[in-house]
Design a protein around this ligand. Sequence first.
Ligand code: NAD
Length: 476
Amino acid sequence: MKHTQLYIGGQWRDASDGGTFDVLNPADESVLATVASGTVADAKAALDAADAAFEDWRSRTPRQRAEILRKAFELFSARLDHFARIITLENGKARSDAMGEAAYSAEFFRWYSEEAVRAEGHVGMAPSSGARIVVHQKPAGIAVLVTPWNFPAAMGTRKIAPALAAGCPVVIKPASETPLTMLELMPLLEEAGVPPGVVNVLPSRSSGAVVGAMLEDPRVRVISFTGSTEVGRKLLHAAADNVVKPAMELGGNAPFIVFEDADLDAAADGLMLAKMRNIGEACTAANRIYVHEAVEEPFVAKYAERMAKLKMGNGLEDGIDVGPLVNAETRDKVAHFVDDAVSKGAKLRLGGQRPNVKGFYYPPTILTAVPDNAECLQDEIFGPVAAIQTFTDEKEIVKRANDTIYGLVAYLYTGDMRRGLRVSEALEFGMIGLNRGLVSDPAAPFGGVKQSGLGREGGKEGMQEFMETQYISTTW
Ligand code: NAD
C-alpha cells in the first residue's frame, strides 16, 4: 500500500504523536497496512488547511469546479480495477461487488460536475412592500465528513463530490477498518486539479476525540455522517453546541414485501440484489422479508436455488460471489442472529454453518418461519442472512413494515401498480424499490426518515447539504 499517512494540505505526513493502527485483510486476517492515526492536533491542522483553501475554492467559477470534478470522474473511470482491488483487500467484498462500487463512486464526480453549474436562486417581489427578494446560494463552509467501512469509496465520493461542487473544502475521516481507498483517491484528485487543502484525509483510531474536536471548532459548518444510528445520535448532540448543519445517513431495517400477484422470478432476482449486494453489509439490505402466504413455497424455492449457487471465498479470486465479512465482530454478530432465530423456532433452509477457516466468512443463509421475537428482525443483520416471514393482508403488512425506528428503504413486488403506489405511499421510508431490488443512483436523493437520518445524498438534493440560502432584500 503506497499511501498510509495522513493527507493534510496536499502533504503526506505522520500523526503528530507518531501513532498508527493496523488495517487487516478480512480474507486471511493478515495485516494489510499500518496507517497513521490522526490526533486532535492533526485535526486542527486539517481544519487550518481547509480554511486556508476555502477562499480560493469558493471563488472559482462553477464551471472551473465542474471541470475538475469531470476530470476526477474520467480518471476514476480509467482506474476502476485498481480501486476495486483495494476495496476488496481492505473490506473483503467480492471483486464483482467492488467493481460495482468503484463505478458507482466515480459517478458522483460526473453527476456533481453537472450539478456544480446549476446552483439556482430566484428573484421575487415582496407582496406588500414591493421590495425585491433576491435568493441565492452560498457554500456553507468547511465540512467534516465521516464515513463507514461498508462502501470505502462510494460513501466518500458521495459526500466529497457535492461538497466540492458547492464550493466547500472538506476533512474526511474514513472508517478505521477501511482507510486505504480514501487515501488512494487523493493523488487522483490532485491530478484532476483539486488544490491542496480542499480535501484532507484524517484516518484515526480515536474517532470520537478527533471528530468531537472538529465539531468544537467554529469554522466547521457541516457535519456529514454515514454510519450507525448510535454514533449519528452522538454526533447530533455534539453538533448542537455550535449549531453545525447535520447531514445524517444512518442505519436501516428494510422490509422486502412480496405480494401474491408478484412476478416471483423478478422478486427472487430483486431479493438477491437487495440482500446479497455487498454480502448484506449495506444499510439498504433487505432485513425483514415478508412473503404472502399463498406464494411462500414457490418463492422460497426460487430464491434458495439462486442463493445456493453463490460461491464463497477470497474476493480477489475469479468466480467468487461472496467474500468474507469485514471483521470478526460483524461475522460473530451475524452468527449470533442465526443461532438466536433458530433457538426461537426459525427453520434453517440454507447455510447457517460457520466455516472453520481463516478469514471472517459466513455463508449465504436462509431462515424461514422466523418468529417475531427473533433479534434479527429488530436489528440490522449486516450479513448474508435472509430472514423470511409470511403475511396475508395488505393493511397488516404495511403496519408490520412500518413498525421500526428506522425508515431508510423498503422494497415491494406486486403485479398491480395501483397497489404498488398505494403501498409505497403508506410505507414510512425515504426510498422505495417498487419491483426493484436496488435504489441507489447518483442522480436520485438517497436518504431516510425517522431514525435513519436527516438530509439526502445524491441527486439535486445532495448539494443542498453543503449550501446555505441567502436572501437579499433590495429595491431597484
Ligand atoms: P459506525 O457508526 O460504527 O462508524 C461510522 C464512522 O463513524 C466510522 O468512520 C467510525 O470510525 C466513526 N465513528 C465511530 N464512533 C465515532 C464517534 N464517537 N464519533 C465520531 N465518529 C465515530 O458505523 P460502521 O460500523 O462503520 O458502518 C455500519 C453502519 O453504517 C450501519 O449501521 C449502516 O446501516 C450504516 N450505513 C448507512 C448508510 C446510509 O446511507 N444510510 C450507508 C452505509 C452504512
